[in-house]
Design a binder for this molecule. Structure first.
Ligand code: SIN
Length: 482
């Protein structure tokens, strides 16, 4: 029997369900407004049921061995991989990204399930050498309990697997609230987890437009012991404040303002390739997108010419059309923000080399701006659109000062062929992740996360499961060992 991936019900306690009051909301294609599906609009009372289910499932799930949990995650992984194409098509329809990128995202998302299935067996603790003969001191790693996961629309699948897989692998149970823009990918993932045999209540999906009310419950209910969130810094701060009331642990992956520095000694072609890959992924709607291009004077003209040519050639259109490289922006708010940032820069004296205006609907073409100064809004704010703001600098010290001149600290990139400079700049950049001679840094194997106002905690890597565990110190006394 083929598995139905287009779900129009929420998922609580292993069952597909409507909202208690029957409320629903539509999910539409951001490219053309077409209706895709209608899903339940859950209220806090429904979300409360999900927390109750997750709490009830925690006992059984946390007592399974790591190997038993790993086996289930492997089955989920296999099903996700097997359904790559339909999952990717669904993702493109609800978030707009070109199909090739959606296929890439399904694989990227699956890689977190695989990574965490591998790690599930390695929940090692410590044995501490005792200072007393009759004592033995142990440290156990235990799951934190029920986890609330709140995920964004720009990576409708991989941001879920990056949070849910380590939580499940560690023995936690999860209440997931996906973005209201992209609930369908979340429900499809839940359908595959269900098919893989995940026990009832271990993963629950709460679809809602009531982000504030439901989010409040997910961050304050005392039964929830951890909140993991990807989204804006402004909302991250509210979540942190709410979670403080019951001293929940938090992992926050928040906004960025990534500098992309090109030094005179860079490989020009590689730098242009890297800038295109980093800037235009998902039409510039990623937290780690190059947000400010800083280019050294000696290479600036050649770099800007080559980059502008490549940007002009990017094909804009519906993500399901062949050869499209730039899809639509997610909604009208996103479009208005990009228009505001470009307008502000031009008004203050920046030069527009290409793009600058929406073509039709929410389609915004690749846009290149030069003469950007630190007081312009596009230098200070996260652009979240296909706009390349370029600033020319003279010295390495100036580049580092400009790059670090932001409260954000998620990702940074730089291009150089000088080994000593690679170390100097790599160490001086105040960011959680730094790409040297690459514009793409994301992988399940490495710790993803930011410093300063870009967040707390890391996702992926060998530390992935630690974020969902508590250390328990066990002192064993009165042992006759001599
Ligand atoms: C993000 O934009 O938050 C995630 C990007 C990534 O995982 O590469």
């Amino acid at each position: 029997m083929p598995i139905e991936l287009l779900k129009d019900l929420a998922y609580i306690e292993g069952a597909w369900c409507a909202a208690l009051d029957g409320a629903t909301f539509p999910v539409t294609d951001p490219a053309n407004g077409d209706h895709i599906a209608t899903v339940p609009n859950l209220y806090p009372a429904d979300a409360e049921r999900a927390i109750t289910a997750a709490q009830a499932a925690f006992q059984g799930w946390s007592r399974r061995t790591g190997l038993e949990r790993a086996d289930l995650l492997w089955r989920w992984h296999a099903l996700v991989v097997e359904h790559t194409r339909p999952l990717a098509e669904l993702m493109t329809r609800e978030c707009g990204k070109p199909l090739a990128e959606s296929i890439g995202e399904v694989r990227y998302g699956a890689s977190f399930i695989r990574w965490c299935a591998e790690e599930a067996r390695r929940g090692y603790g410590d044995v501490i050498p005792s200072e007393q003969h009759d004592r033995r001191l142990l440290v156990l790693r235990q799951p934190v309990g029920v986890v609330s996961a709140i995920t964004p629309w720009n990576f409708p699948m991989s941001m879920i697997t990056r949070k849910v897989s380590p939580a499940l692998a560690a023995g936690c149970t999860v209440v997931l609230k996906p973005s209201e823009e992209t609930p369908l990918s979340a429900l499809a993932l839940a359908a595959l987890a269900h098919e893989a045999g995940l026990p009832a209540g271990v993963l629950n999906v709460v679809t809602t437009t009531q982000a504030r009310e439901v989010g409040h419950l997910l961050c304050t209910d005392p039964r929830v012991r951890k909140v993991t969130f990807t989204g804006s810094t402004a909302v991250g701060k509210q979540i942190m404040a709410l979670a403080a009331g019951t001293v929940k642990r938090v992992s926050l992956e928040l906004g960025g303002n990534a500098p992309f520095i090109v030094f005179d000694d860079a490989d020009l072609e590689a730098a242009v390739d890297g800038a295109i890959a980093s800037k235009f992924r998902n039409a510039g709607q990623t937290c780690v997108c190059a947000n400010r291009i800083l280019v050294q004077r000696g290479i600036a003209e050649r770099f800007i010419t080559a980059l502008t040519e490549r940007a002009l050639a990017l094909r804009v259109g519906h993500g399901l059309e062949d050869g499209v490289q730039l899809g639509p922006l997610i909604n009208d708010r996103a479009l208005a923000k990009v228009e505001r940032l470009v307008g502000d820069a031009v008004e203050q004296g920046a030069q527009l080399l290409t793009g600058g205006k929406a073509t039709t609907g929410r389609f915004f073409p690749a846009t290149v701006l030069t003469g950007i100064t630190p007081d312009m809004a596009c230098f200070r704010e996260e652009v979240f659109g296909p706009v390349v703001p370029i600033t020319v600098f003279d010295t390495e010290a100036e580049a580092i000062t400009l790059a670090n001149d932001t409260p954000y600290g998620l990702a940074a990139y730089f291009y150089t062929r000088d080994l000593a400079r690679s170390w100097r700049v790599g160490e001086a950049l105040a960011f959680g992740m730094v790409g040297l001679n690459t514009g793409l840094i994301s992988t399940a194997a490495a710790p993803f996360g930011g410093v300063k106002e870009s967040g707390i905690g890391r996702e992926g890597s060998r530390h992935a499961l630690e974020e969902f565990t508590e250390m328990k110190y066990l002192a064993m006394a009165g042992l006759e060992t001599r």
